[in-house]
Design a protein around this ligand. Structure first.
Ligand code: G6P
Length: 616
């Protein structure tokens, strides 16, 4: 939620910051703003709406200062207005500040500052930060200006409760930026005679691949020549500079109309990357280098807990099904936000997995900390290398699917399904799964990229279906067993990108309520696999048909659907049970995407959503 960018160097800062903001818009896109510092003066431009709108409407951006900060907002405190957009200035005009997060104790601080004569122009929680810095600065004896600025930010942050990633400039200290984080992500890009700070690597990758990942409670002090990192307690931190493996091309559309389209069609390669190097030499099980728990200890685990939000939660539900089915070990899946506040009884030998594409989702991070506090080992399944969740976990599995920019998760979701399937294999082979079943399972997983590629060939057919169904206002998505969470994901995808109401349900459970919605105006998308569930699912389809409901069936190739039971059929290749959820997801992604395109929705930036939810 919210993206922050800062630049300090020799180039004109505004163009670089705006480019960075465009690449961070997936984090929030209600409003955007920028502040450039020149000759001890701030030039601020901010506006409700997208970064593009800010660029078009603001002549101030032509200014030539070489340091500045910028922000793209996902509103929490205060509506989507120009005044609430960041950058915010302290009422004495000395400090300019951007913020990602929520200041929980802002009301008390604001009350205090009002008594001291400070004024407020916005309804945001953020504005108290710059005024509190100004208050401390004005009280602090004037020693060397640079350290006085830094120390006042440090002092201010000690009074702050909540989450923040901030960047601040002081008009007394041209060419300096102080930045800090607690709960919200912050990285530093170390370029050629220049530095950039940002919420995410995407904002800086066009200028440098050298990155320092800041930790919670760390403060960054940037000048045009160097940088230093210290803690809230003023201890020096030795920075570790990492090299990012992906490049700017990975964050471009490269000819696709939308990132969602690009990322859907990238799935064969993305899934290949998730699997690469992760099968044992004997070809009968999976191999994970980063779990940091010995197979002997892992074998002792008698219950797994999975925590996640959004699509990642659906992936966990599929993992639950596969692990219980193939490894016969109980699995509990919780929404991260619920787990934090529930007092779930937990077994002695339990192990936690947190699943998060971004590795920054605040609820998942907090749930993970809660599990750790209770003394449990927590492993992470995560895509963004160096994310907070990755760093705070005891170990884990990187997804390696490259940056996912579309707000609605696609390739990261199927990659999480694949990781879940590989975990089921790994745990299963430690228990009752035979060598030959393991080999069969591994071969099925190795075939995933190809089978997904074949499924994607259905795109033109699905596009035609989407055109015929885009005008409906309600949809049901129905599936059973491991395909029930896939139905949930199908409904979520449609809601997210097309704003059409959709519900996912276990196919047979539909009789207990949702069937009341059925009429010729509420189509159902059925997931119809071959095998033991086939006749059961077909019976549910008949019940819908008897009530004049239209049906889109996503059915295994070769299944003999009774005449007239489906209005549309999308075929998916026959495959292993562990692979089926991945394959069944693809047509639903395409259906949602094409319906959204048909409705001219803002596919990559759906209203009200943000990709990385860093507020509770
Ligand atoms: C947001 C995104 C979803 C995502 C969820 C969890 O709601 O829009 O696509 O599934 O966050 O994100 P995470 O990064 O933790 O997987």
């Amino acid at each position: 939620m919210c993206g922050i960018v800062g630049y300090i160097g020799k180039q004109k800062a505004s163009a670089i910051i705006l480019e960075g903001l465009k690449r961070l818009e997936y984090r929030g896109y209600d409003s955007a703003g920028i502040a450039i510092q020149k000759n001890g003066r701030f030039e601020v431009a901010k506006k409700a709406g997208r970064v593009e709108g800010l660029i078009k409407s603001t002549p101030a951006l032509k200014i030539s200062g070489t340091s500045g900060i910028g922000h793209t907002r996902w509103a929490t405190h205060g509506g989507v207005t120009d005044a609430n957009a960041h950058t915010h200035l302290s009422s004495d005009g000395k400090f300019a500040l951007i913020h990602n997060g929520i200041i929980e104790n802002y009301a008390g601080i604001k009350k205090f500052l009002l008594t001291k004569g400070y004024t407020f122009q916005s309804e945001t929680d953020t504005e108290v930060l710059c005024n509190l810095i100004a208050y401390h600065y004005q009280k602090e004896p004037a020693t060397t200006e640079g350290s006085r600025f830094l120390e006042c930010v440090r002092k201010t942050l000690r009074h702050i409760e909540g989450a923040y990633g901030i960047a601040v400039m002081c008009s007394d200290c041209p060419a300096e930026i102080v930045s800090a984080r607690k709960g919200s992500p912050l990285i530093l890009g170390v370029g050629d005679n220049e530095y950039m700070l940002a919420s995410d690597v995407a904002a800086i990758i066009s200028r440098t691949q050298n990155v320092v990942y800041l930790k919670d409670g760390e403060i960054l002090h940037l000048t045009a020549r160097d940088f230093s990192i210290s803690t809230l307690e003023a201890e020096d931190v030795s920075p570790v500079i990492d090299r990012v493996t992906w490049s700017i091309e990975d964050t471009d559309l490269n000819g696709s109309a939308h990132f969602m389209e690009k990322e859907i069609f990238e799935q064969p390669a993305a899934l290949e990357n998730t699997m690469r190097g992760r099968f044992a030499e004997d070809g009968s099980t999976a191999n994970f280098g980063g779990l940091n728990i010995s197979p002997v200890d892992f074998r002792q685990i008698d219950r797994f807990h999975f925590l996640a939000c959004g699509s990642a939660w659906h992936a966990c539900l599929v993992a639950e099904h596969l692990i219980e089915r193939f490894a016969r070990v109980p699995v509990e899946v919780d929404y991260s936000s619920e787990f934090r506040y529930r007092n779930t009884p937990l077994g002695k030998n339990a192990l936690f997995f947190v699943v998060s594409q971004s590795g920054e989702t605040i609820d998942t991070l907090a749930a993970m900390r809660e599990a750790k506090r209770k003394g449990y080992m927590v492993l992470a399944v995560n895509n963004v290398v160096g994310s907070t969740i990755a760093r705070e976990s005891a170990g884990g599995i990187y997804q390696h699917v490259g940056p996912e920019i579309g707000v609605a998760s696609t390739k990261a979701f199927t990659s999480q399904l694949l990781v879940g399937a590989m975990l089921a294999l790994y745990i299963g082979r430690m228990r009752d799964m035979s060598f030959s079943d393991g080999v069969e399972y591994v071969n099925a997983l190795k075939g995933v990229p190809d089978i997904v590629r074949r499924t994607l060939e259905q795109a033109p057919h699905i596009r035609e279906i989407a055109k015929r169904y885009a005008h409906y206002h309600d949809f049901l998505f129905l599936g059973r067993l491991s395909l029930f969470p896939v139905a949930l994901e199908g409904a979520l995808k449609l809601k997210e990108v097309s704003y059409i109401h959709a519900e996912g349900y276990p196919a047979a459970e539909m009789k207990h309520g949702p069937i009341a919605l059925i009429s010729e105006n509420c189509p159902s998308v059925f997931l119809v696999p071959s095998g033991e569930m086939f006749t059961k699912v077909v019976s549910s389809m008949q019940e819908i048909k008897a009530r004049k409901g239209r049906i889109i069936a996503i059915a295994t190739e070769g299944c003999e659907l009774p005449e007239g039971v489906a209005d549309e059929v999308i075929s998916i290749p026959a495959c292993h049970e562990a692979v089926l959820p991945i394959v069944a997801t693809i047509p639903m992604q395409l259906l949602s995407y094409y319906i959204a395109v048909e409705l001219k929705r803002d596919v990559d930036k759906p209203r009200n959503l943000a990709k990385s939810v860093t507020v509770e």
